[in-house]
Ligand binder design. Structure first.
Ligand code: FAD
Ligand code: DLZ
Ligand code: SF4
Length: 520
């Protein structure tokens, strides 16, 4: 039998849940089979939080329905399908024999591991494979390279300005930033108090698809971290758009002011809680930024909030992706500070008497979410101060957050948070003593430790660990101009007090090691 039409296979991966995905835009529904696959390898290459797997499977199943409603033929391989091979490549092989496509069209993968798979398909299956640029991002790999190759320092702020100019977001008719400044971060450092009027993200009741997935995950991933219930994520584009609208109306007007605040038992504050939806493709980040700018222009949102939010997306998010692909697959091996301590096992239980860590990790295990400053200045800060192995820290972050995909998680963790790349994307390590945590949160008031003390049985561990970190890494950090002030303070500290501080830190670190409580 002869066929006169080219038959196309379009695999749609779990973070490609976008109706207008490049590979779909390039294909004709009449001659295309869309392949979606729930595969064991993707669920276990790290032990993802149960909620993350449930979210993605439910969102994938709903997306398959949405595509079918639009006229696409979708071949959906469910996790428990008897013949499921458990890997992307295994499923492409089976789909090739089921559908005999003449060509595969796929949107580029989000990480090196999966990119290597896509690159192997043409040879393995003997048919052309078109790998298309992921146009859900503003900057292509070539765009980022063109920007980065002309710079000595890859400062995010300058990349962000280029993206503002390119998109016209918050730019005036003269091509200048609206309000005369590029960045209003100086207005964004306010602590917050528990407040009954705080916005809460919307809660979406599980439908039949979600209930099926929850039963599957409870049964098959019982040994993965985190709680599965309550499960109230949006799992469709319409519901994700409802959460987006809810954020724009209720939280964005104070987003900037309280961006760095932390409050016990309040995991959300004025954050958008949109990253799971943006990163899997249900929401369009650039359209979202245009909505934010429109609300500023309509006088509904102050400039510092609109600018701060847009910067996170067209600045930080795009920049992190650029760094990830530019630095290559070996980026994950960097360990500038030569850190090798195991991450404590209580990162998976939250059972610690350091209250700030217990609250952040507890929230993480319950919700598969923590906001940025908790990730950076609580769990990240502590891991860096104790000298935890950056690869272990990276794996933990990749496991526990619903929004975690390597392209965005790795540069944030290894680079920004752990300084393991030696300052490629952060001009100094994000370390602090308890004083910063006390200023930006209400944690210390209900902690068994005293944030004002550096030594003694009740002293906050962050204090001695902070100074010990500086002392341990003097050869690598003391010449950094942004570290000059703390090193001057350390140099002026009475030598006997310095010794007491370092003994205090050594005792704390020894107790961590002696507990034998390692997560990996
Ligand atoms: P909001 O505070 O409402 O911010 C708005 C949006 O801006 C986010 O949804 C996100 O898309 C974007 N954004 C903000 N900061 C960053 C950033 N530093 N890098 C990239 N995008 C940013 N973000 C992830 O999406 N996935 C990760 O795996 C991830 N891992 C992180 C690990 C560490 C150690 C740190 C310090 C940060 C990490 N981040 C990660 C960045 C940030 O913490 C999350 O994007 C944010 O907490 C998501 O919650 P939100 O949607 O409420 O964000
Ligand atoms: C994260 C994840 C998980 C847990 N499971 C799947 C899956 O079963 N099928 C799938 O297509 N994608 C999954 N993903 C997301 C992929 O890991 C993600 O698409 C790749 O990281 C992209 O490079
Ligand atoms: Fe965290 Fe120290 Fe404050 Fe306790 S006292 S909450 S350990 S910073």
């Amino acid at each position: 039998m002869t066929r006169n039409k080219t038959r196309v296979l379009v695999p749609v991966l779990g973070d490609q849940l976008t109706i207008g995905l490049a590979s779909l835009a390039a294909a004709d529904p009449a001659t295309t089979i869309v392949l979606m696959m729930e595969v064991a390898d993707e669920t276990t290459y790290v032990r993802h939080h149960k909620k993350k797997i449930a979210f993605l499977f439910a969102a994938m199943r709903h997306h398959a329905i949405a595509l079918r409603d639009l006229g696409w033929t979708v071949d959906y391989v469910a996790f428990d399908d008897a013949e499921n091979s458990g890997s992307f490549t295994g499923e492409i092989a089976r789909a090739v024999s089921r559908h005999a496509p003449d060509r595969i069209i796929v949107t580029e993968a989000g990480e090196w591991r999966v990119r290597a798979m896509l690159d192997s398909w043409e040879t393995l299956f003997g048919i052309p494979v078109d790998i298309l640029r992921d146009d859900r991002f503003l900057a292509s790999h070539a765009d980022f390279e063109a920007w980065a190759s002309t710079r000595k320092q890859l400062t995010m702020e300058y990349f962000y300005r280029a993206m503002r100019q390119r998109t016209g977001l918050l730019m005036d008719s003269q091509g200048k930033p609206v309000g005369g400044q590029w960045n209003y971060d100086q207005d964004n450092r306010k602590p917050a108090k528990a407040d009954l009027l705080m916005p809460r993200p919307l809660s979406f009741a599980p439908d039949a698809i979600v209930r099926d997935v929850l039963a599957l995950v409870a049964d098959r991933f019982a040994d993965h971290p985190g709680s599965l219930e309550p499960f109230d994520f949006a799992v469709t584009r319409d519901d994700a758009l409802r959460q987006q609208k809810h954020f724009l109306e209720h939280a964005l007007p104070r987003f900037g002011d309280y961006q760095d605040a932390m409050v016990t038992g309040e995991p959300w504050l004025w954050h958008s809680i949109l990253s799971p939806y943006i990163n899997c493709g249900l929401l369009d980040p650039i359209a979202l930024c245009h909505e934010v700018a429109a609300r500023y222009e309509a006088g509904q949102v102050p400039l510092n909030c609109a600018e701060g939010y847009i910067r996170q997306i067209i600045g930080w998010r795009e920049y992190m992706r650029g760094i990830y692909w530019r630095e290559g697959p070996d980026y994950v091996d960097r360990n500038f500070l030569d850190h090798h301590r195991n991450l404590p096992g209580w990162y998976w239980t939250g059972e610690t008497d350091l209250h700030c860590l217990a609250d952040t990790i507890g929230g993480t295990l319950r919700h598969a979410y923590a906001h940025h400053i908790q990730r950076l200045m609580i769990t990240g800060n502590f891991a860096l101060l104790i000298g935890a192995d950056p690869r272990q820290v990276h794996l933990w972050y990749l496991e526990v957050y619903t929004d975690a995909y390597e392209w965005v998680e790795l540069p944030n963790t290894l680079g920004m948070s752990q300084f393991a790349d030696g300052g490629l994307l952060g001009s100094k390590p994000y370390v602090s003593s308890g004083a910063y945590i006390n200023r930006m949160s209400d944690y210390c008031g209900s902690c068994r430790y005293d944030v004002k003390q550096r030594t003694g049985p009740d002293a906050c561990p962050f204090n001695s660990l902070y100074w010990d970190f500086l002392a341990r890494h003097e050869d690598k950090l003391a010449r950094n101009p942004r570290m000059a002030m703390p090193y001057r303070t350390w140099a002026k500290t009475d030598p006997a007090e310095r010794e007491r501080i370092r003994d205090q830190a050594a005792t704390f670190l020894a107790s961590l090691d002696a507990s034998g409580d390692a997560g990996y």
